[in-house]
Design a protein around this ligand. Structure first.
Ligand SMILES: Nc1ncnc2c1ncn2[C@@H]1O[C@H](COP(=O)(O)OP(=O)(O)OP(=O)(O)O)[C@@H](O)[C@H]1O
Ligand SMILES: [Mg+2]
Length: 393
């Protein structure tokens, strides 16, 4: 076991097609009806897609990193670079090392990396045990199969041995995914890679399988990279999360750190459920002017010229709204109200400076659309981003 070090990785795909057609990634872990929300502005320049555009990443031994980002941002490409399915050779560049082992020119087979995909990729005509043993058969090590399968069955837990004699067709999605995971573990991988492994499962099974995977990883301290576009999953699976956009890691850290201190507007507007509200305004004397209304941040060190364009950021849970005017509040019209019973909250949407702003409220509060509310951005919860979209306050 060892750390993985990726330095200045660049992956370029020459693309003849219309750039609009290359927005989405190849494995497409995103259900079609969610895709429009998640278009990831692939990094397209000089007639090519820069799927990975200067990424350095250290993955610690035994750590689990989640790569989180919209469709087409380069998540699967990152995994393929680690697996050796894409090499960092011209026109690509960069280096990859596993502890003292130089991996940059080492082929996929010799890296002994395990990958679990969304679509399981089991051999359909083989029952589970054969699927698990296939690698050993290929490498003329068939005598190891029985023992390895027994060990892995124990690891995989209750009921797994009952799956061994069945073919993929006779297994549910969740069971197939367990077999696919077992097939990786059986090879004793150096690094474990998951590419949206749960997106084919229904919500309940997804949660259950997630817990199982996480327990396995914890127990064996297997170094893991887990790709997903789902924040809940990223939070659950990643000790640290790398938020990606357009081929770059925008921020790396624990979910809490990223949530509290998003380094730029993309991260702020992506992380959180729903994510941070971002309201355009202009910097003015220690505060931000939004639509004729002044939000006094009492911060003389905003660091931008008065009059320059900024965005005021506020988390939905921090937006204050009331039915009556309060000091410093602005009248707004409630546009929509949505109740989320299982979370015991309501989302109240209103317009401010031409932007839809969401406030999270307790479920028992009464809010009606097309009525007037009074909204306020509490100074202590405000964020400010400059025109380069980096965080100022
Ligand atoms: N073989 C290829 N040829 C050309 N372009 C490619 C190829 N593979 C990936 N791309 C492009 O590179 C970018 C990154 O793709 P990638 O599959 O890594 O995205 P992703 O983040 O995994 O997306 P998704 O969430 O949809 O799976 C996309 O714009 C994609 O269209
Ligand atoms: Mg992908």
């Amino acid at each position: 076991m060892a750390d993985v070090h990726i330095r200045d990785a660049q992956v370029v795909f020459k693309e003849e097609k219309d750039p609009a057609a290359v927005i989405f990634g190849q494995t497409g872990g995103v259900p079609e009806d969610e895709q429009s929300d998640l278009v990831g502005q692939a990094n397209y320049r000089d007639g090519a897609v820069w799927a990975i555009d200067g990424v350095s990443l250290d993955i610690h031994d035994g750590e689990s990193i989640a790569i989180l980002g919209p469709s087409g941002c380069g998540k699967s490409t990152m995994l393929r670079v680690i697996a050796g399915l894409i090499m960092l050779e011209t026109p690509n560049s960069g280096t990859i090392r596993y502890g003292e082992e130089e991996w940059t020119e080492l082929n996929a087979k010799d890296r002994r990396v395990g990958i679990v995909f969304q679509n399981y990729a089991l051999y359909p005509h083989m029952h589970s045990k054969k699927n698990l043993g296939f690698f050993f058969k290929m490498h003329k090590r068939e005598e190891e199969v029985d023992e390895r399968v027994e060990v892995v069955s124990k690891i995989m837990g209750v009921g797994f041995d009952q799956l061994l004699e069945r073919r993929p067709k006779a297994l549910s999605g969740g069971q197939q995914q367990r077999v696919a995971i077992a097939r990786c573990i059986v090879r004793d991988p150096t690094v474990f890679l998951f590419d949206e492994p749960l997106s084919n499962l229904d919500a309940k099974l997804r949660t259950r399988t997630r817990v199982e995977i996480k327990r396995l990883l914890r127990r064996f301290n297997i170094t893991t990279v887990y790709v997903t576009h789902d924040q809940t999953e990223a939070q659950a699976m990643g000790d640290r999360i790398a938020v990606m956009q357009a081929g770059r890691i925008q921020q790396l850290g624990a979910y809490r750190e990223i949530y509290d201190n998003p380094s730029n507007m993309f991260v702020a507007g992506f992380v959180g459920m729903p994510p941070m509200n971002l309201i355009p305004g202009t910097a003015d004397n220690g505060g931000v002017r939004v639509d004729g209304h002044f939000v006094d941040l009492r911060n003389d060190a905003l660091g931008v010229r008065a009059g320059s364009d900024v965005h005021l950021g506020i988390r939905p849970e921090s937006v204050e709204i009331s039915h009556h005017p309060t000091e410093g509040s602005t009248p707004v019209e409630v546009y929509w109200v949505e109740s989320h019973f299982s979370e015991q909250r309501k989302e109240v949407t209103f317009d401010l400076a031409g932007t839809r702003v969401i406030a999270k409220r307790p479920l028992n509060e009464e809010w009606d659309r097309n009525t007037t509310a009074y909204a306020k951005v509490p100074v202590e919860h405000a964020y400010v981003f400059d025109s380069d979209e980096s965080r100022l306050v």
